[in-house]
Design a protein around this ligand. Structure first.
Ligand code: ADP
Length: 167
């Protein structure tokens, strides 16, 4: 049985992530989407919010599980019994970081392999950061993220706006 981990921050999940999830789920028997719980990155959404959004948007894909994790990816992979890590590659700018990560993980644990899926062309420009930047300025993000994510982003921005007013 081929089990793989697709790790990331998913802050929030975009149509680009979802595309990688759908395509990977067709290749492997079980896909574990690992949601990184790293407060040093100051995420907009809590890990619970990110996990819940991912669960909602993948609920129709039978072999996908959403699991939060903290710490070393190779430890998480071992714990889950997965020897394969999947990452998405958008532009050449992703390459250096991804190469370094995959080689480091392989050095730490040679039984772990990383497989890259190149982005579908229509999502090659898309990142969670860009989506958040658009949302901050009240722009329409509905073509970049699933509908429930767009709604949650709008609510989060309203809440943030109210908090900022009171500061
Ligand atoms: P991280 O913080 O680990 O970079 P992200 O949530 O930003 O996590 O991304 C997780 C993975 O998804 C990374 O491998 C990233 O390259 C990939 N990814 C992000 N956006 C896209 C996209 N539009 N198309 C394909 N892959 C993507």
């Amino acid at each position: 049985m081929l089990k793989a981990i697709y790790p990331g921050s998913f802050d929030p999940v975009t149509n680009g992530h979802l595309d990688v999830i759908k395509r990977s789920a067709k290749i492997v028997d079980e896909l574990i989407v690992g949601v990184l719980n790293n407060n040093a990155k100051s995420p907009l959404f809590s890990v619970e919010e990110r996990v819940n959004m991912l669960k909602e948007v993948t609920k129709d894909i039978n072999n996908v599980r959403i699991v939060p994790f903290a710490g070393l990816l190779i430890e998480f992979a071992k714990e889950q019994g997965a020897a394969l890590v999947i990452r998405g590659l958008r532009a050449i700018t992703d390459f250096e970081y991804e190469l370094q990560m995959s080689q480091t993980n392989h050095k730490l644990d040679p039984s772990i392999e990383t497989m890259f899926l190149t982005t579908s062309i229509e999502y090659s420009y898309l990142s969670s950061t860009t989506v958040k930047e658009i949302a901050v300025f009240g722009g329409d993000v509905s073509q970049f993220v699933p509908e429930i994510v767009a709604v949650q982003l709008e609510q989060k921005m309203k809440l943030k706006g109210e908090c900022d007013k009171h500061e």
